[in-house]
Design a protein around this ligand. Sequence first.
Ligand code: FAD
Length: 381
Amino acid sequence: MVASTEPPTIAVIGAGVIGLSAALKIQALLSGASAQARVLLIAREWPTSIPGAPILHSPDYASMWAGAHVRPIPAGDSPQLQREARWLKQTAAEFEELLRTEPSVGITRTPGIEFLDAPPPDYVNQTEASFAEETGLAGYRKYAASELPEGAQLGYEYETYCVNSPLYCGNLLRKFIVQGGKTLHRDLKSEWEAFAAGGSNVKLVVNATGTGFGDWRSFPTRGQTVITNVLSATKTVTRQNKDGTWSFIIPRFFNGGTIIGGTKEPGNWEVEPRPATREVLLAGGKVLAPYATNHSSPLNEKDLRVITDVVGRRPTREGGVRIELEERQLTDANGQLRTGHVLHSYGAGGRGYEISWGVANEVSEVVKDLLPLIVGTKAKL
Ligand SMILES: Cc1cc2nc3c(=O)[nH]c(=O)nc-3n(C[C@H](O)[C@H](O)[C@H](O)COP(=O)(O)OP(=O)(O)OC[C@H]3O[C@@H](n4cnc5c(N)ncnc54)[C@H](O)[C@@H]3O)c2cc1C
């Protein structure tokens, strides 16, 4: 058998927020353990964050289309929501640290406001203390009835974060490369193909492709939104309407305009934006605009310009994110049988940004356990 001259490689498939965050956490783990291994990012689509650049991404590259804000969902007694709440809390802490150390990364701390026309009990029962405990976010305040828009039964505010998603992902990618990470542009047919595509010494593959490969539990949740030129929005506002639809305004700080949205359509594969939906979204946005801007300088309707309609697919998975190690027998370039390991990490649905660092921490914990297998026993664990 010919020994590989390449360093042991961990290949991460996916340059969305989940793959990028996981790749950075794995880099940190390897450097902390003085492990001589490299991280290779393989993806079909990559972030673009250059102002004025044409938008060429497919609706499947969800990370480019996200608002994106942190909007906690009360976990109640749902194990999936409880797991996501733990990840959100870790992400909020990491965002705060990033704001301190890398203020231009693309995150902005901002007030978040929510209105619900028919609030479920888990929302009604939230208190300042329970909210802070579950999310790590400060400043929760329930609104008095006089502060609510017509039709809303519950309203509250808190301190949260908005992310300029293309800028943020571009910055994570830059950091990964500057720290020695390698990249490969490739459209893979299977997660197992990464063992061959990634060179001759791939020890582990992380599958952060959003949807996975042929997982019957994965499905798209279509999101249609509108990017507008409104620059006066400084708060993110969400309304859960009585009929189950959503209205939201998310400022894309760092000159990214403002997102007015948006639909959540599970199982809808339609790619083209619907003009009628755009009008409904803009109408919902106008109701929320006084809350997103300062009441003293409300949205000026005649200045509102649509930059583009957006359709993105949230990579949703029944049961939530799959973090699972899978093992298979492979044949390598020398015709030898070998065992390959894939660590799945996909299915973040509509929450990829707000749970990203929690998911990445969990991925990195699994990789830590596998380090002896990846680099032998020399790493300082
Ligand atoms: C309209 C909209 C609004 C949203 N708002 C929010 C929000 O406010 N807050 C929030 O937290 N989340 C939000 N989301 C959800 C968030 O965008 C997703 O959860 C997140 O982007 C998923 O990231 P990901 O890295 O798992 O997948 P993706 O971003 O889809 O990235 C997948 C990566 O894998 C690569 N890949 C896939 N298949 C292959 C293959 N065969 N070969 C090679 N590479 C492959 C892709 O090219 C890409 O690089 C929103 C999403 C949408 C669409």
